[in-house]
Design a protein around this ligand. Structure first.
Ligand SMILES: [Zn+2]
Length: 117
């Protein structure tokens, strides 16, 4: 992982929200989270937008899940809100987390949300 765009405060919020556990949980998940995933990638101009460094843009992940998101199944990752497109606000895109749809806020909060596929 490269240098994070998240401040220590934001990192702490995401960590607290996750309780130290992986928030993605796809096949091969290790449960314990060790990395911070950017839902909206920084590499595509994301670092220019302040929302990229906010808690709503971060997910704590384990190594297998991070690899899955970054290299294996980007289409599925978008469908589940684990990856957010440029121009989308991470606060407005539901995330599939622990088998439930939620919205993440920038204070480290979680709100259940109804998603009809
Ligand atoms: Zn995982």
């Amino acid at each position: 992982m490269s240098v994070s765009a998240f401040s220590d405060v934001v990192r702490a919020r995401v960590m607290a929200r996750s309780g130290g556990f992986c928030e993605v949980r796809v096949a091969g998940c290790w449960d314990e989270a060790s990395q911070l995933h950017h839902r909206r990638p920084r590499g595509l101009g994301g670092s220019k937008n302040p929302a990229t460094g906010q808690a709503s843009n971060g997910l704590m992940v384990c190594l297998p899940c991070h690899n899955y998101l970054e290299t294996v199944e980007r289409a599925e990752a978008r469908d589940r809100g684990w990856i957010v497109r440029q121009g989308q606000d991470p606060r407005e895109i539901p995330v599939y987390r622990y088998r439930r749809w939620v919205l993440l806020d920038d204070e480290g909060g979680i709100a259940p949300v109804e998603v009809t596929a």
